[in-house]
Design a protein around this ligand. Structure first.
Ligand code: MRU
Length: 364
């Protein structure tokens, strides 16, 4: 396994993965649909285009779609008809509603839109000029981008302490730089452990049907020179039983106040296998992923995506035409399978109702 310092050099390059950026022309995103074979950076110039990009998975991952939505709001304000205040208000309502209707599960999206909506309302109440409102909304979206990277780096430092030197970590989906404004949540923990000098190797589940593990996690970790072994989803139990996995670290799309965790479909199965094999199961997520308004995971809306994602891979048909398909994009892991939840404010352990409340209220 390569030594620590060599990793660190590559990790610095890894931080430079530009998932999303505010530019004068619009919002630039790496088009994740074409990774790992092509790196394309289209610019989205209207809020409708940003909403489309979120729906179409040009950008995905809970914190990343939150930042995208915030930038979409800023773009919406920039392009909105401001000939009179009522027209501006009603256009902005449409902007908020359109962006909120893109994907239902990741709470970061709604958290980001609410933050932008409340800033907008405050500025309007204070009688700010249209130009000031536009500038302030753009500045807020950029602040959210910077805050997300900082939160991930902080979360990484807390999480790194849980990763033993010389260990192999299994992860599911992509909770890396590509799923955030940068650095990543689950992959941020792995990056921070490596940066602290620990030798860490990763097993990445391919994550059917959208293949975020094969296409994105494998790409990111390879770029950072962190040893990664790609496996199909049905191999995880085999490697756990053999003693090849020391811990599991995944991200989250929404965490209920009792510690139930919604994350990419397949996470629940990984968590059950981890418990059966006495392997710690860690969830890394920013405070913006906590939904303290719901008591448990049953209340989390689960996105159902299109049939083509299951029947086809890159346009190639795998299943008989007309077959009935189910395609829930997320599942909920009950809190009893979760060893700890790593946030930028510290690590929550059971009883999650109490530990998450403390973190949500600001304490470490
Ligand atoms: O459908 P996706 O690709 O948006 O799902 C992403 C995940 O499930 C991630 O694990 C989660 O958003 C955490 S990202 C830091």
């Amino acid at each position: 396994m390569p030594a620590g310092p060599k990793h660190s050099r590559f990790i610095l390059e890894g931080i430079m993965i530009k998932t999303i950026e505010w530019t004068e022309e619009g919002v630039m995103m790496i088009d994740q649909r074409h990774l790992p074979t092509e790196e394309q950076y289209p610019v989205f110039r209207t809020y409708e285009e940003v909403a489309w990009a979120i729906k179409a998975m040009v950008i995905r991952g809970a914190p990343a779609i939150g930042v995208a939505a915030a930038m979409g709001v800023a773009l919406g304000s920039r392009n909105a008809d401001a000939s009179d205040a009522d027209t501006f208000d009603s256009t902005m309502e449409q902007v908020f509603d359109t962006l909120a209707a893109t994907r239902p599960t990741a709470v970061n999206l709604f958290w980001a839109i609410e933050r932008m909506r409340s800033l907008y309302a405050n500025l309007r109440r204070a009688g700010a000029s249209i130009d000031d409102i536009r500038n302030e909304l753009a500045a807020e979206a950029r602040r959210m981008h910077a805050e997300d990277v900082a939160a991930n780096q902080r979360m990484g430092r807390f999480g790194a302490e849980l990763i033993p030197d010389g260990s192999t970590v299994l992860t599911h989906c992509n909770a890396g730089a590509l799923a955030t404004a940068g650095y990543g949540t689950a992959l941020g923990v792995i990056r921070a452990a490596v940066e602290s000098g620990k030798r860490v190797a990763v097993f990445a589940d391919e994550t059917r049907p959208f293949l975020q593990g094969a296409r994105l996690t494998a790409w990111e970790l390879q770029k950072d020179n962190i040893p990664v072994t790609l496996i199909t989803d049905n191999m995880a139990g085999h490697f756990m039983k053999r003693g090849s996995i020391d811990c599991v670290v995944v991200g989250a799309d929404r965490i209920a106040s009792n510690g139930d965790v919604a994350n990419k479909i397949g996470t629940y199965g990984v968590a059950v296998l981890a418990k059966e094999n006495n392997i710690p199961f860690y969830v890394a997520a920013p405070i913006s992923t906590l939904d303290m308004s719901i008591g448990g995971g049953d209340e989390i809306p689960i996105e159902e995506r299109g049939e083509d994602e299951v029947t086809h891979v890159k346009g190639m048909q795998l299943a008989p035409s007309g077959i009935h398909i189910a395609n829930p994009a997320f599942d909920v892991t009950p809190n009893r399978y979760v060893t700890a939840i790593i946030t930028e404010r510290g690590v929550a352990r059971p009883d999650f109702r109490e530990s998450l409340r403390n973190l949500a209220n600001g304490g470490v």
